[in-house]
Design a binder for this molecule. Structure first.
Ligand code: NAD
Ligand code: TDX
Length: 338
């Protein structure tokens, strides 16, 4: 049995990762450490909790808590740590960067120290293409593109990446860092573009497109990212960095029209609003290294992935309604007004 510690497993990508790895690898058990912030929802793993038996354990703890991290690693005989836990939304980091520095930078340092002290075999850092900053209209991010983050979110993620690099260089820790483009799929919190716009369209509310809508993102279905992380964790080179992307670039306005069309809603719902400060123009990933070294490639086309995602949101209205209660409303008013 391989004992894996996943942090942030009650979030969007973490929950999809836990479900997929437990289903595809019967020799793996997972302990999920999550602080259950606004973005963490144990309901997203209720099916796993009910069916995985001894192979799944949940620990309610903060990755900044060293004693709790030591205990989670030693109590469960963990040999592989995969750190998904993060504050992950750019707009929230513009409102207040404090929790971003705490969780993304300090939390990573604490987890690295706990993993080092326990002598785990490997530490995997789930990072993002946003650490590379922005592209112009051409070109792709490779693993050797210099880090040039532009938001408090991406700079806190870049800080974490540099700590991971330093623990590999200084202490010889076996680390792997993954950097992925924009994910979408089931269980994504409706502050991110796709679930926000699906949810608003279903409610007949306006879809707030920032600026002129011409910013470009490279969209990847969450299961493709999850498979990439597992491939990097199990077959990546020590100290390696691996980019993952969906090879599916779209301007935000084009994506918005796809969503409205798929839901049979009018384009009159589109509203252009004030641009995000420091809004990166374009992200696009060169994932040839992951293809060559890990035998990985994105398997889900954007059309198929978007349809699966929309079908999931249509089939799970109660998940989205519960998530949108309380604190979400306050955030929405601060970000978008009434
Ligand atoms: P998310 O916001 O949906 O989930 C984050 C999870 O981390 C939540 O369950 C939350 O409760 C937990 N968490 C937050 N602070 C914590 C702390 N201090 N201790 C323990 N748990 C804590 O995020 P996501 O979209 O699933 O992203 C997961 C990871 O992938 C992040 O590291 C993010 O930077 C990275 N990433 C995301 C994307 C994307 O498109 N969403 C793309 C590339 C990389
Ligand atoms: O209301 C909106 N209107 C809008 O036009 C929102 C929420 C977003 N946008 C634009 C901004 C971006 O150009 O849509 C694009 C996507 O925005 P987000 O979903 O907020 O994602 P992004 O800022 O690109 O970052 C995402 O990808 C990389 C994740 O949130 C990060 O966690 C990940 O690291």
């Amino acid at each position: 049995m391989r004992h894996v510690l996943v942090t942030g497993g009650c979030g969007f990508i973490g929950s999809n990762f836990v479900r997929l790895v437990l289903a595809e690898h019967p020799d793996v058990s997972i302990v999920n450490v999550d602080a259950l912030t606004y973005a963490g929802n144990p309901e997203s793993l209720a099916d796993v909790e009910a069916s995985a038996g001894e192979r799944y354990r949940f620990v309610h703890a903060d990755i900044c808590d060293r004693d709790a991290m030591d205990a989670a690693i030693t109590d469960h005989g963990v040999d592989l740590v995969i750190n998904f836990a993060a504050e992950s939304h750019v707009d929230r980091s513009i409102q207040d960067s404090t929790p971003f520095v705490k969780t993304n930078v300090v939390g990573t340092q604490v987890l690295l120290d706990a993993a080092k002290a326990a002598g785990v075999t490997r530490y995997v850092q789930v990072s993002t293409d946003e650490v590379y900053g922005t592209l112009g209209e051409t070109g792709l991010f490779t693993e050797s593109t210099p880090l040039a983050p532009n938001s408090p979110y991406s700079s806190s993620k870049a800080g974490a990446d540099l700590l991971v690099r330093a623990y590999h260089e200084t202490f010889g820790m076996d680390t792997v860092t993954t950097r992925c483009s924009n994910n979408y799929g089931p269980f994504q919190f409706p502050e991110k573009l796709i679930p926000l716009f699906v949810s608003n369209a279903l409610d007949g509310k306006s879809l707030p497109v920032y600026g002129d809508g011409k910013n470009v993102r490279d969209w990847i279905y969450v299961d493709d990212h999850a498979r990439g992380i597992w491939a990097a964790a199990t077959a990546g080179k020590s100290g390696g960095v691996y980019n993952f992307g969906g090879e599916s670039e779209l301007q935000n306005i084009v994506l918005t029209r796809h969503i409205l069309k798929a839901l049979g809603k009018s384009e009159d719902l589109i509203t252009f609003v004030k641009d995000r400060p420091g809004h990166d123009l374009r992200y696009a990933i060169d994932c040839s290294k992951a293809k060559a070294e890990l035998g990985w490639e994105p398997a889900v086309t954007f059309e198929e992935g978007l349809q699966r995602t929309i079908d999931w949101y249509l089939a799970n209205p109660e998940w989205i309604e519960r998530v949108k209660s309380g604190a979400y409303r306050e955030y929405y008013v601060v970000q978008y007004g009434e």
